[in-house]
Write a protein that binds this ligand. Structure first.
Ligand code: PPS
Length: 535
């Protein structure tokens, strides 16, 4: 893409520079993209004029040559000669991946007050390319100020609980692949994107600098697919040739797996379950809610209701029904019609009515206890058990993919069904390797078909949310450690179907509710993909 851009610039400049140079101007040409309303969409512009955050600006601006002095920073005015022989100046800035270690090179998160983060974000908005020259290697790397810095060649975008850890493990074993410092760097999502620099991001991929020229590295943060405000725009701007692996799974099963992980994190948290090993018991604040929260049937009902309410422009559910307008006033007519018109609308309306009734009967004290319990459970499960959390990611496959396709072509994607990886493991991995343009894996290394899951945060993430730290959730997030991944422990809970896929048994009522709820979004996805995923 970078090469393409350079190749097309002379042609464009040929048309534009005669007028521009004679008028004492330099044209700064931007790719025509829709404008974006906030700074989250950093990838909206290929070449930008300096502008305040939030100002989308016109797609083409001309600047008097004198103004070039205002373009300070790493980027230098860069001259080139186009086919007609007229020399002109590209005033665009470059983004440096080399910055002081104290302001972004460090693996810890203590950079919140570092002004360089602000500078880096400004550079990201203003620059059109990375500083230095692209290194001759398969992986995207740049040499600048005598150092080489790299970014991922491919991404395992997600979705969470769809087998990303197995794919990460398998691809890490490929002789042409080196893994990132942590499986889940999670830079391309809020709030981390706001707190870290591109230098810090690149530091996660330093191991590829020492590797052979045909070796690549990757980012396997399964949260990237859902990070619509940052990731598609950033990748399309900075790594337009990146290959994107997207794993998707039957939405009902994915939701169950998400719920199961939330329960296991909750139970591992020393804040919500206290006492000695083997005798740990729930703390009083969560006891009332615990039977509901750890029931998938209850979670599913609460989640579809919460998701529908929010989609209809109403406040979410809240387990304790703490939101005052909700408990004291009936739902407005337009919200009610919206709920009834939604998938599984009648059932969801019934759930909400029952919820309101139960809530109205509660005393203030009961409400307070439930609210405290909800807060604690959210913290201890790291929001995995928040109503709606699991359902929302499963119902957004199509919308999220459509969001990506507005920025990135379908040819950048390889869509992998988790079920296919289970039943056709060797073929699936071989297809992925081919899609990545890597040498085929030897049959011997493909024979091992183990499922891998995240078991702790060590080696998976280098940070924990503040609340999770306080809650003592599953170990410390430490960069570069080798822990974090082990074989999945869910096999005993699943049954294998005639198609060879293992699934959690789910009671018929919950199954019907979720199947109806997910139906339109599944159809939307199949239409987008042009194929049925078999769910
Ligand atoms: N080869 C294969 N075939 C079928 N299913 C597989 C496979 N590998 C992993 N898995 C299942 O994927 C779930 C874990 O997904 P992730 O690794 O993406 O989870 S995470 O978001 O990184 O925590 C997890 O699901 P559950 O066990 O149901 O929770 C794994 O069992």
């Amino acid at each position: 893409m970078e090469k393409q851009r350079i190749a097309t610039l002379p042609a464009l400049v040929g048309v534009l520079t005669v007028a521009a140079v004679s008028a004492g101007c330099v044209m700064v040409i931007a790719r025509r993209r829709p404008s974006f309303s906030n700074s989250a969409d950093v990838g909206a512009w290929a070449i930008r004029r300096p502008r305040p955050i939030g100002d989308a600006g016109p797609s083409t601006v001309s600047l008097p040559i004198a103004n070039l002095a205002l373009f300070k920073g790493h980027g230098r005015a860069h001259s080139f000669t186009h086919s007609s022989g007229i020399r002109t100046v590209n005033a665009s800035r470059c983004l440096s991946l080399i910055k002081p270690e104290s302001c972004g090179g460090s693996a810890n998160m203590s950079v919140a007050n570092c002004t360089r983060v602000v500078d880096d974000h400004k550079e990201q908005r203003q620059a059109s390319r990375f500083c230095g020259s692209r290194v001759q290697r398969k992986n995207p790397c740049w040499r600048y100020l005598g150092r080489e810095k790299c970014l991922p060649y491919f991404f395992i975008l997600g979705e969470m609980k769809c087998g990303t850890t197995t794919l990460y493990k398998k691809l890490s074993q490929h002789p042409q692949v080196v893994p990132p410092r942590n499986k889940e760097v999670r830079y391309l999502q809020y709030p981390k994107f706001r707190k870290q620099t591109t230098t810090w991001y690149a530091s996660n991929f330093d191991s590829v600098v020492q590797a052979a020229k045909d070796v690549v590295t990757f980012d396997a943060s399964p949260t990237t697919f859902n990070a619509q405000a940052v990731a598609p725009g950033w990748i399309s701007k900075w790594l337009p040739d990146a290959k994107l692996l997207l794993m998707l799974r039957d939405p009902v099963q994915r939701t169950y797996s998400h719920f199961r992980m939330g329960v296991s994190w909750l139970k591992a948290s020393k804040v919500c379950f206290s006492g000695e090993k083997g005798k740990r018991a729930p703390v009083p604040s969560i006891r009332l809610l615990l039977p509901n929260v750890t029931s998938f049937a209850w979670q599913a009902r609460a989640s579809v209701a919460d998701t529908t309410l929010r989609r209809c422009g109403h406040a979410g559910l809240g387990w304790a029904m703490k939101s005052k307008p909700f408990t004291t006033a009936p739902i407005e007519d337009n919200v009610k019609s919206c709920i009834l018109a939604s998938p599984a609308g009648d059932a969801i309306h019934g759930i909400i009515q029952a919820w309101m009734k139960a809530s109205e009967a509660r005393t203030e004290t009961e409400m307070e206890i439930l609210n405290a319990g909800e807060k604690a459970i959210n913290h201890c499960s790291e929001l995995m058990l928040r109503p709606g959390a699991g359902v929302l990611r499963s119902v957004k496959y199509a919308d999220n993919l459509a969001g990506w396709l507005r920025k990135v072509p379908m040819t950048s994607f390889k869509i992998i069904a988790t079920e296919k990886m289970e039943t056709n493991y060797v073929e699936t991995i071989a297809e992925v390797v081919e899609f990545l343009g890597l040498r085929p894996l030897p049959a011997s290394s493909l024979s091992e078909n183990k499922r891998f899951c995240v078991s702790s945060k060590e080696g998976i993430m280098d940070e924990l949310r503040e609340e999770a730290k306080r809650a003592g959730v599953i170990g410390q997030g430490l960069a570069g450690t080798q822990g974090g991944v082990s074989e999945c422990d869910s096999s005993d809970e699943k049954a294998r179907g005639a198609d060879g896929v293992t699934r959690y048994p789910i009671d018929s009522h919950t199954m019907e509710l979720l199947t109806t709820f997910f139906k339109p979004s599944k159809e939307k996805l199949y239409k987008l993909l042009g194929r049925d995923m078999g769910w």
